[in-house]
Design a protein around this ligand. Sequence first.
Ligand code: S3P
Length: 427
Amino acid sequence: MAPLNTARFHVTGELRVPGDKSISHRSLIFSALAEGNSRVRGILRSQDVQSTAGVLRALGVDIPELSGDISVTGVGPAGFRTPATDLDCGNSGTSARLLAGVVAGSNITGRFIGDASLSGRPMRRIKIPLEAMNARVETSATGGLPMTVHGARLQQIEFSNETSSAQVKSCVLLAALCSGIEATVREPTRSRDHTERMLAAHGVEVWVNESAVLLFGGQSLTSLDLEVPGDPSSAAFFAGLAALAPRGELLLTQVCVNETRTGFLAALTEMGASVVLDDKALKSGEWIANVRVKAGGELRGITIPPDAIPTLIDELPLLACIAAYATGETRVTGAGELRVKESDRISAVVNNLKLLGADADELPDGFVVRGTHPRLRGTVTTHGDHRLAMAFGVLATLPGNEIAIDDRDCVAVSYPEFWEDLRRVTA
Ligand code: S3P
């Protein structure tokens, strides 16, 4: 079959992607923990963030309906109440793991539930440190949800995690904050640090270096006026699309470019794409920039070093898709965590690529994709995973490809307007 001819395809325009998902979850949780009224502008209004809002309401916090500009009245670190209902986290691992820390540190009991995907995801990783702090955590027989967290007066902890995880780190820090105790969390490589940055913006003293975070005990949070920057994991789909297009340019405005999140832009650059950050500025503790990606570069395959994985973990399915249109091989290892995301993203992305006609193989902790510039045909099975739907959605826009997606609606978890925005920049 002739290779894909994208000569007439182009991208154009300017896009402000929705607010960062990780920061949006945290903005609600930390506003709830603070004294007085905090203001959050530009929060992501997606299903996952709605899950966090719903759980906080069940814990007695008056979270208003999510809009572009909300005000949250904090209840303080000791103000959470025993919920009268189950705490439904939907599809959201961040909601379950961070809010389990809140319940554990608040000396209350809460039962966390979620959809089929979340129920199968591992919770032992938070059970271990929370129980070391003196809470009790009962998971399902397979170590997932339903999970009942019995809070207690916690004791201080120095926890060394085997795997880097911002959710686990944040769970421990939140438990410590609610109990007023000191906590140290060490990780093999630094995970995304939005929790530490937001705590500092709320006036909390946290000590941070490359591999550890130390939170001092007995601290309270001042209120904050926060504008949530654009989500780099959502911007990535458009950066990737621009890199694949033969002509045009996309300007992605006000994107969070925190260096724990920019691994995908670095990878695209290494593959040969033209990526420029303009007007970089620090706002409420987070670096923000306008990201300009020019089309027309010839992409080449790359090897991602394992220690870079945390900086692009959520973008790896997209990277695999783009690698099919790079010359040579792209290899990812050290990314076993992908198997326990919203789906097993290693097998899901490789199986879909193969089924459509690309050349890819699974590795135990990653994948190899050999770039053949294929014409892809078939139906993608997303397993309800938003990032798979969007990654293959990008490939579906390339002329010559005939790709259907079994569940387009699952993008609502992180980017409800994705299909509309995709149409806009390729029109
Ligand atoms: C997140 C942390 C990462 C990431 C997830 C969001 C967060 O998960 O993959 O999408 O907001 O803390 P892990 O903590 O499991 O690495």
